[in-house]
Design a protein around this ligand. Structure first.
Ligand code: ZN
Length: 80
């Protein structure tokens, strides 16, 4: 499942051109069903930034290494 060109895997942070190393898995409970997971890519620097960005909006979120399988039920709302 992992493969292809890593050139495509860039950080989702606006303005960041770094290669992604992490996946920020999240969902919006208002519009997404419980088994739906959206994925943003993040570099080493911005993984926690993007996770916190979503967490402060009350979205379930899980930061994982890029390419790691994710069980939607493991997304958690981070108290802030
Ligand atoms: Zn970045």
């Amino acid at each position: 499942m992992i493969g292809g060109s890593s050139d495509e895997l860039r950080c989702s942070r606006a303005g960041c051109r770094a290669d992604a190393s992490s996946a920020v898995n999240w969902r919006n409970p208002r519009i997404h069903s419980a088994d739906r997971v959206k994925v943003w890519l993040a570099c080493d620097e911005h993984g926690e930034y993007l996770r916190d960005y979503l967490a402060t909006r009350g979205f379930p979120v899980l930061l994982t290494p890029l390419g790691a399988p994710v069980d939607p039920s493991t997304l958690t709302v981070v108290a802030s």
